[in-house]
Write a protein that binds this ligand. Sequence first.
Ligand code: NAD
Ligand code: MG
Length: 382
Amino acid sequence: MDKIVLLGSTGSIGKQTLDVCRAHNIVIKALSANSDVETLEAQAREFLPEYAVIADETLVKDLKTRLADTEIKVHGGEKGLCEIAALPGCRVVNAIVGMAGLVPTLSAIRAGNDVALANKETLVTGGKLVMDAVERSGVKLLPVDSEHSAIFQCLQGAAGNKFSKIILTASGGPFYGKNLGELAGVTKEQALAHPNWAMGEKITIDSATLMNKGLELIEAVWLFGAEPSQIQIVVQRESVIHSAVEFEDGAIIAQLGSADMRLPIQYALTYPERLDCPAKKLSFEDLSALTFGTPDEKTFVCLAAAKRAIEKGGNAPCIINCANETAVRLFLDGRIRFLDIGDAVEESLSEVKFIANPTLYELLDTQKSAEKFVLTKFGLSK
Ligand code: NAD
Ligand code: MG
């Protein structure tokens, strides 16, 4: 098995990836985090990688001091992330949150490394650049997101038959069935209380606004070469059916399992092999019901905005993604209200400059413009 370079090892996906590596003695070549030096140090001491990278460059010295008694090489910044992503002959797990994952993903692909991708913002913001790079270098882009892993697994037995439809399931989040009036005063604590999944804070808020499903729709368009109109979003309250595909003849193949990310993470690490997994196995006897519904796009405007953005193309998905990243940060900091997130995302689409065929440089510029738009909208400076 390839050695693993793990970007974002201190986060929710990062820690669960290490759980899988522990269970199967998978060798870690490099670990990285944004600013959590303490956790990164502990992980480095356990897994003894060749490299440990801290993205926040002001913390490089601290990490070097902490690991001075080891052989581990310490680097910093985006440059450090790109260096480890390009180490020859490795499988790169990208568990970074946000558009910060895009450049390291491109670095891995260009170096010829297979990528297990949890960082959906990579494909939302730079889908075309990424898929073009994948085609040029011939690497595998293996989905980690549970829905996309499910779709990928459903397609394994397709024998070249193309799906007619992708059924992308959504839990509906903590506010399913609520109206705008009920959502006006919701708190950060309420928004962070996801019914089925324990995840990082940003994606948990995205699940509450349904932005997450919008980002996942865009992710599926790029990963599976689907038209947006071929993707049907269905609420599956229990998060047992992780997604499904429908073929020409009407047959639907679905993937089911417990709500535990270690299964999709492991499949992306060991693909095409299946090994025993530390995740709890799903038992049909324990299921009392499977409940389905339709997402309410009038209330959860982020989902509608994401659909408009992928139809529009160009840098539009990058615009709404980056407006959302800024708005979620402001909401988590207690500076704007829950419904402000949707307003910011919707308005960004017409307020930030559209570019039909953006370069990487133009996407990074779009990120700055979208952030500036949101801050200005709320009269904030950073
Ligand atoms: P998290 O916030 O728990 O962890 C994020 C990790 O990225 C941390 O290790 C952090 O140090 C690192 N990081 C943050 N900003 C960075 C930067 N600017 N540069 C370098 N590193 C940085 O997030 P998470 O919940 O683990 O999610 C990670 C990604 O996986 C997201 O894109 C999310 O949408 C996706 N995802 C997560 C889950 C889940 O269950 N948590 C499920 C599906 C998809
Ligand atoms: Mg998902």
